[in-house]
Design a protein around this ligand. Structure first.
Ligand SMILES: Nc1ncnc2c1ncn2[C@@H]1O[C@H](COP(=O)(O)OP(=O)(O)O)[C@@H](O)[C@H]1O
Ligand SMILES: [Mg+2]
Length: 325
């Protein structure tokens, strides 16, 4: 059995990253403001299954301009800027953003809005500004702001309400600056609930490119299965057949499926005393016990698609729902 997963394994690397907090708070940070620690992402697009559309949009609109800033600027094109990714949880918003940073050799700052908010007066503003300052110093950089919808929760005039407004205002003015300087930063906002995102954030020049990250389709599911099973002892896997049983499964669901199938194989190996490969049967039997985690999201999204899609914001979601549910 292979026990030492090496550092080339993106899933393993990612697990380490997820257990280690992305933000290091140094002693004395209360006086100096929070320090944000960037990471060098080793993920690239080939570690991300499917999402060909999104990858292509990223290549044309982000990677090429970032790599040829002079050329694009001479055509009056903005370099960097803001993008909003939305979709059901576990479908790769964070993962793809890390890979994007890896593709551009950009430093990655992954931060949840809850980490910025601070009920002490003026602190949220300071944290938000520090984040952008740090990223600019380490440009090119990708700032990944997760849970961007939290900013849209209008609260009363208590300290949290003030913190929300303060952080939003600083974010807005920082976004207005992004793309101007020669030190490009890209800001990716992510949310599972785009309908709660403050509309001020979606105006031109801010998060004006809004991209739906759907659950993976058949081909993408095959790729994700392969990615998560690579370098594991497996029998000859019928990827197409297994993927066909995983309608509406998110990438994270598929990863969990693989983890559970691996556990079955390990249990067999403990009994037999030799390496037992993960089998088609393992994967199929586990898939029958699982329910795709995107179902609730799709049901909620369906209401918005039907009743508040005046701007066409949810057209891609509608397309997905019409085709897949
Ligand atoms: N397209 C994909 N290819 C490979 N793995 C994926 C993909 N989408 C999701 N995953 C797996 O699921 C995990 C959760 O995805 P994540 O990016 O955190 O979802 P989100 O940010 O949309 O909630 C990832 O860390 C990765 O292991
Ligand atoms: Mg995420």
């Amino acid at each position: 059995m292979r026990r030492d997963r090496d550092l080339e394994d993106p899933y393993y690397l990612e697990t380490i990253r997820q257990t280690a907090p992305p933000i290091a708070i140094s002693p004395g940070s209360l006086e100096r403001g929070m320090d944000f620690e960037g990471e060098i992402s080793r993920l690239t697009f080939k570690d991300v299954g499917g999402m060909d559309d999104v990858k292509e949009q990223f290549r044309i609109n982000i990677i090429l301009p970032l790599k040829n800033p002079k050329l694009f600027q001479s055509y009056g094109k903005r370099i960097g800027g803001g993008i909003l990714l939305f979709g059901p949880p576990g479908c790769g918003k964070t993962y793809l953003s890390r890979a994007l940073a890896g593709e551009c050799n950009a430093t990655f700052y992954g931060v949840g809005i809850h980490e910025i908010l601070d009920k002490f007066l003026g602190e949220s503003e300071k944290h938000m500004h520090n984040l952008f300052e740090t990223a600019r110093r380490n440009a090119p950089a990708v700032i990944f702001l997760d849970e961007i919808d939290l900013l849209g929760h209008k609260r009363t005039d208590d300290s949290w309400g003030r913190a929300l407004r303060g952080a939003t205002n600083v974010l807005l003015s920082e976004l207005d600056e992004v793309g101007k300087p020669d030190k490009p930063i890209l800001v990716i906002g992510a949310t599972n609930t785009p309908w709660s995102v403050d509309t001020a954030l979606r105006r031109p020049g801010r998060f004006d490119r809004i991209i739906f990250v759907p659950p993976p389709d058949q081909t993408a599911r095959e790729e994700i299965l392969k990615l998560h099973l690579r370098e594991k002892p497996i029998e000859d896997i019928d990827y197409a057949k297994i993927a066909s049983k995983l309608d509406q499964f998110s990438g994270a669901d598929i990863r969990d499926l693989v983890d559970r199938a691996v556990e079955l194989a390990i249990r067999r190996a403990m009994r037999s005393g030799k390496t037992e490969p993960v089998s088609n049967l393992d994967l199929l039997s586990i898939s029958k016990e699982m329910r795709p985690s995107t179902i609730e999201w799709l049901a909620t999204a369906n209401d918005y698609v039907r009743y508040s899609n005046q701007s066409g914001l949810y057209d891609r979601v509608k397309e997905y729902i019409d085709k897949n549910t």
